[in-house]
Design a protein around this ligand. Structure first.
Ligand code: AMP
Length: 542
């Protein structure tokens, strides 16, 4: 027997209609890549999103066509998101930090029909435009007055593109399983692979993002998603803002701590989210200037492990609650988040901090287990570690165009490539990426735990640990550190410090002070590059 409720397809255009109807005057503020700032409200944003949909339709974009965006977080980018997906096309957010060859591969593989790009990326795309085989039109995200001279074929200024439309447009209804957005993720081997979200998956993901224990977004929130829209849907925040009535503040191309801080103060930001490197810079800035975090209540940190010292400083010094979250492009991205549950609420502050350093509990809608290499589900005892496997309505089923073939096991679990343990209360703790774990004498050493321990030393600004070949132990850890300005620490001092934090046999066999630590296009430490850089290194005791 079927239920007898309405069939109301879960489409992302519904967020926009909700925002426009119920929070019409709620503000959206944006910094602009061409310079300056802009602010308006949901009502005007929704109208311009409809104009964008109309313009795309007029230029031949139809259901299922891919619409590329190469852009920072701006109001125009939000309009395109809603406009393109809302009309049934697929918004393909492209990471501008990728190498030109990767951009060419991704754009051609996605078969983007049009490309929206920030004015700052025009020179980059001009250089590769001859290789982009499917793009029929380039739309530069500026008004006519900022439109540059360009060799890009069929280029038009965004304001002209949408300005020709009247916004009298009704969002079409279609199957909620229709593709909505596309985001490529680069693995360590092979070409980047596309993760193709559906309207249904993004809609359900947003409902959970808005749950009380998740990002902390309410109708009263003022939210700054520092995390870029090209990085796993900005963790769903633009949808969550429209769905809740929160004010959205967009930092455009600016990631400098002083600019982010100004936005925090001027707009009274209450909720924000980004990878640890952004917060590392911010905490340093606050320390140096003696400034505070204003009205900030909650910061979500994810994408890489949030160091204990970072969580502690935010909470103890600035009174900002930290949500340590885990996820990946393949999980839309919310997988788990470390809000308190009843079992830990009465623990001491130190014990709570231990829990917060973990990557959190699965959110409703994401099933999570850890399995050994034989596929056996391992106990939730907080010690046994295995491969993190997930499944759920916003977890990937297969990559775009079936790249990589079948990716689920016989019970539909997706192997995340992360290694973790899960405790009795459901808190998962990543110990490593499967490929970064250091295999020493048949045992595993967690490079992430070692890094976290090392950065809690006050002479260390950033730390990375890689496993390198060792004749006796197979692999041993090498610690690479960037020092805080004017501070120093010897290898012996560091190991004496680490002895209080990790098992003795985990201690690095050497430490090298470096000027920089390479990061991937999504802000993670690039272990691949570090292993390449140190491929000729040999340990003093080898
Ligand atoms: P991406 O698809 O680029 O977002 O990368 C996803 C990967 O980032 C995950 O599989 C993890 O390895 C890593 N990651 C995400 N969040 C965390 C976290 N809180 N702690 C440690 N690693 C994380």
């Amino acid at each position: 027997m079927l239920g007898q409720m309405q069939d109301w397809p879960l489409l992302v255009s519904k967020f926009l209609t909700h925002a426009e109807t119920n929070h019409p005057k709620r503000e959206i503020f944006s910094m602009l890549p061409e310079g300056g700032e802009f602010s308006y409200d949901n009502e005007r944003m929704a109208k311009r999103a409809r104009q964008c949909a109309q313009a795309l339709g007029r230029h031949g974009v139809a259901l299922g066509d891919r619409v590329g965006t190469l852009a920072w977080n701006t109001h125009r980018h939000v309009e395109i998101w809603f406009g393109a997906s809302g009309m049934g096309a697929v918004t393909h957010t492209i990471n501008p930090r990728l190498f030109p060859e990767q951009l060419i591969y991704i754009i051609n593989h996605a078969e983007d029909k049009v490309l929206f790009l920030d004015v700052t990326f025009v020179p980059l795309i001009e250089k590769i435009a001859d290789h982009l085989t499917t793009i029929e039109k380039y739309i530069v995200m500026v008004g006519k007055d900022h439109m540059p001279e360009t060799s890009l074929p069929n280029a038009v200024a965004y304001e002209e593109f949408i300005g020709a439309e009247d916004g009298e447009y009704t969002w079409p209804a279609f199957d909620e399983n229709t593709a909505c957005a596309l985001c490529y993720t680069s693995g360590t081997t092979g070409n980047p692979k596309g993760v193709l979200y559906s309207h249904r998956s993004n809609f359900l993901h947003t409902l959970v993002a808005l749950a009380g224990d998740t990002l902390g977004v309410t109708a009263k929130s003022v939210i700054l998603p520092v995390v870029p829209m090209f990085h796993a849907n900005a963790w769903g925040i633009p949808y969550a803002a429209a769905g809740s009535g929160a004010k959205l503040v967009l930092n455009g191309p600016h990631h400098e701590p002083d600019v982010l801080h100004r936005l925090m103060m001027e707009h009274g930001i209450t909720v924000t989210a980004a990878v640890p490197t952004v917060w590392l810079g911010m905490l340093k800035y606050l320390e140096a200037t003696g400034k505070d975090t204003g009205k900030m209540e909650i910061v979500t940190i994810g994408g890489s492990a949030a160091p204990r010292s970072m969580i502690q400083t935010f909470q103890d010094k600035y009174g900002v609650r930290v949500n340590h979250a885990w996820g990946m492009t393949e999980t839309s991205p919310l997988g788990s988040l470390g809000s308190e549950n009843a079992a830990i609420q009465d623990l001491s502050d130190e014990e709570k901090l231990d829990v917060q350093c973990k990557q959190g509990r699965s959110v409703l809608g994401v099933e999570m287990v850890i399995k050994d290499d034989e596929g056996k589900i391992l106990p939730r005892d907080g010690e046994t570690s295995g491969r993190v496997m997930v499944r759920g309505p916003w977890v990937i089923g297969s990559y775009f165009k079936h790249a990589g073939g079948e990716i689920l096991d016989e019970d539909n679990w997706f192997d995340t490539g992360d290694v973790a343990c899960i405790d009795e209360h459901g808190y998962m703790q990543i110990t490593d990426r499967a490929k970064d774990v250091i295999k020493s004498g048949g045992e595993w050493i967690s490079s992430i735990d070692l890094e976290n321990a090392a950065v809690s030393h006050d002479a260390i600004l950033e730390a990375a640990v890689i496993g390198l070949p060792h004749p006796k132990w197979d692999e041993r850890p090498l610690l690479l550190v960037i020092l805080e300005e004017g501070k120093s620490v010897t290898f012996e001092e560091m190991n004496a410090f680490l002895t209080t934090k990790v098992a003795k046999w985990w201690l690095p066999n050497d430490m090298v002070v470096v000027e920089d630590i390479p990061h991937t296009a999504t802000g993670k430490i690039s272990k691949k590059d570090l292993r390449d850089r140190f491929k000729d290194y040999s340990f003093p005791d080898a």
